[in-house]
Write a protein that binds this ligand. Structure first.
Ligand SMILES: Nc1ncnc2c1ncn2[C@@H]1O[C@H](COP(=O)(O)OP(=O)(O)OP(=O)(O)O)[C@@H](O)[C@H]1O
Ligand SMILES: [Mg+2]
Length: 267
């Protein structure tokens, strides 16, 4: 039997009501993202991108329609079940990093583990290992205010990944970064996707970021109005192929150097 998609939406509708005005942010969106796929979402401001991502990430409830994560319909879960699902399966990365300012980098990465009830020793060990993966272990004791934007976003990526979620969702994760850090974060996501087969869905306004995806979805007026399979995604069957090593699968120079085990993102 085919494995279910990592993410599926069925006739997804979101209408915001307030001040006597109803805004249809999403209008019957049907979407499937395969396990291990890297999808970019692009579209004009106000087209419904964040709304879609928030519904996929169980941060909000649809007006109608359904969201399935790994084949499970999450639409009817209650608040605590949704929180558990988010904590276990989904890692979020936001444009504004959303780090807790009074905590160190290490402590920020520990937060999702604390929510899972992981004991302090174990928490610290796993958080430190994640900081190593994003190349920031030497900064473990720094507060966010003492880190650059790119470094803060790497902490946020480490925090999103520390619980080993299968799906990473990014809402313009490089929106506040300069081009060098945009590239570093994009390569980090690409590398995680390739090495650990994590499903990645990112909203971006940056075509260089979108071009690192396997597939680009174009959203307009609350609908998916088109898609493009990129050179990286073409011919790839994520559900059947072994974990891809795109260095061999494609000769696409855009994919850049893929980090090996233990290697660090250049700072
Ligand atoms: N909480 C809310 N209450 C009312 N309307 C909202 C709310 N959130 C979003 N909207 C409206 O829904 C529509 C889609 O918004 P959304 O944030 O999904 O767009 P977006 O594509 O992410 O835009 P941007 O690129 O600017 O982030 C917009 O018209 C927006 O004004
Ligand atoms: Mg948005």
């Amino acid at each position: 039997m085919e494995p279910p998609p990592a993410v599926q939406t069925v006739s997804l509708v979101k209408i915001y009501r307030g001040d006597g005005v109803a805004t249809t942010a999403l209008n019957e969106v049907d979407l499937k993202v395969a396990r291990g796929e890297f999808v970019a979402i692009v579209g004009p401001s106000g087209s419904g991108k964040s709304t879609l991502l928030n519904l996929i990430g169980a941060l909000d409830k649809p007006t109608s329609g359904r969201v399935l994560i790994d084949g499970t319909d999450i639409t009817n879960l209650d608040a605590s079940q949704l929180a558990a699902l988010r904590n276990r399966k989904i890692g979020f990365v936001f444009q504004s990093f959303n780090l807790i300012q009074r905590l160190t980098a290490l402590e920020n990465v520990e937060v999702p583990l604390a929510l899972q009830g992981v004991v302090a020793n174990e928490r610290r060990k796993r958080a430190y290992a994640m900081l190593q993966q994003v190349g920031l272990e030497l900064r473990w004791n720094h507060k966010p205010s003492a880190l650059s934007g790119g470094e803060q976003q790497r902490v946020a990526v480490a925090r999103a990944l520390v619980t080993d979620p299968s799906i990473i969702l990014g809402d313009e994760p490089t929106g506040n970064l300069d081009s060098k850090n945009t590239q570093a974060i994009t390569q980090l996501l690409r590398d995680l996707n390739e090495r650990t087969r994590k499903t990645v869905v990112v909203i971006t306004h940056n075509l260089e970021v979108a071009n690192e995806a396997d597939r680009i979805l174009f959203v307009r007026d609350g609908r998916i109005e088109g898609e493009e399979i990129t050179g990286l995604g073409r011919g790839l069957d994520r559900d059947r192929d072994p974990p891809p090593n795109r260095k061999n699968v494609t000769q696409n120079p855009r994919s850049g150097p893929v980090l090996g085990k233990g290697e660090q993102v250049p700072s």
